[in-house]
Design a protein around this ligand. Structure first.
Ligand code: NDP
Ligand code: OXD
Length: 314
């Protein structure tokens, strides 16, 4: 029997139990409550499938063979100073999750491109007025982070005719996308972006990257979409850019604190559209299939797939 510790405060445990049972009856899913009550010994845990676990959890598990992130991001694990870094860590890579993110990005890029925020405001005023509308080919969308998710969104936006740019850490050539990389490439990338999309992982280099200095380098009246992590953004700087008109509008899916506190200025800001971290939710079916596959690989002495580079931080 293999013992898998499952922890997530936002996922229903039953879905995961059923899904594991359907595929591999020899995996015993246990929770933190089982551990804390002594019903399961810490030494018995072989693997951990985690979303935002409490700090210090993995350090309590001496028999751990791998850590599986329940999401595509791993910042919720790396933020633990006592994380077990001596065992492999994997993240979710799933074509359906990628497709959901692309839907989200395309939906909100189109809303900004077609000036839906302006039409919403005009409707509230009871005004019938047509606004100037550039072609998609005249609109440059810039994506920060052109990995699994940003790369797919770039392809979909390109297929709709948008002029697409991408910014990455290392140099890449991507057909149909104007590519920039590193600190040296950021100014030229930002200077043309009328719609900026953030799909970066949260690392020491990218935390707070969306700040007053960066926003000032966008063309005046640009729009911003954040579907990555709240901590990429300095909230006060974003609100100030919206208030001065430097930014026309923002769509935000992720926040420093989730759920977003009721007194946060984003909630009722007329230029902000917000969603509750739903851009691309992990599907238990895909995640369980990946975890089961990786447990099999590790038990056979093979390397797991979708391995995270802990030194790089994503
Ligand atoms: P990947 O690891 O596949 O891609 C990351 C991209 O970011 C790469 O292109 C990488 O560059 C680039 N990057 C990393 N660090 C830097 C840096 N310092 N400067 C410039 N570029 C950098 O990640 P995914 O596409 O799978 O996911 C991205 C993020 O999306 C996740 O980390 C997660 O936080 C978020 N997410 C949000 C969801 C939601 O529902 N809101 C759902 C799923 C994920 P390079 O190519 O050179 O390595
Ligand atoms: C993820 C997320 O990282 O849901 O998968 O944010």
């Amino acid at each position: 029997m293999i013992t898998l510790l499952f922890h997530s405060e936002v996922d229903r445990r039953e879905w995961w139990d059923d899904e594991f049972a359907r595929h591999r009856g020899d995996i015993n899913l246990v929770t933190l409550a089982d551990l804390d009550s002594g019903a399961v010994a810490a030494e018995a845990i072989d693997y951990a499938l985690l979303w935002k676990p409490p700090a210090g959890l993995t350090a309590r598990l001496p028999g751990l063979k791998a850590i599986f992130s329940l999401g595509a991001g791993i910042d919720h694990l790396l933020s633990d100073p006592d994380l077990r870094r001596d065992v492999p860590m994997t993240r979710v890579v799933d074509p359906n999750l990628t497709a959901r993110m692309t839907e989200y990005v395309v939906l909100h890029v189109l809303r900004h491109h077609r000036r839906q925020h302006d039409y919403d405001a005009l409707q509230r005023l009871g005004k019938w007025r047509a606004l100037a509308q550039p072609l998609a080919s005249e609109r440059r969308v810039g994506i920060l982070g052109l990995g699994v998710l940003g790369g797919d969104a770039a392809r979909a936006l390109g297929a709709l005719g948008f002029a697409v740019s991408g910014w990455t850490r290392t140099a890449h050539a991507v057909p149909g996308v104007e590519m920039f990389h590193g600190a040296a490439g950021l100014d030229a990338f930002l200077g043309a972006c009328e719609i900026l999309v953030c799909l970066l992982p949260l690392t020491a280099e990218t935390e707070g990257i969306i700040n007053a200095g960066l926003l000032a380098r966008l063309p005046r009246g640009a729009s911003f979409i954040n579907a990555a992590r709240g901590r990429h953004v300095v909230d006060a700087d974003l609100l100030a850019a919206l208030d001065t008109g430097q930014l026309a509008a923002a769509t935000l899916d992720v926040f420093h604190v989730e759920p977003l506190p009721q007194d946060h200025g984003f909630w009722h800001h007329p230029k902000v559209t917000l969603t509750p971290h739903i851009a691309a939710v992990t599907d238990p079916r895909a995640c369980v299939a990946q975890v089961i596959g990786n447990i099999g690989r590790i038990e056979r002495g093979e390397a797991p797939i979708n391995l995270v580079d802990l030194r790089r931080g994503y």
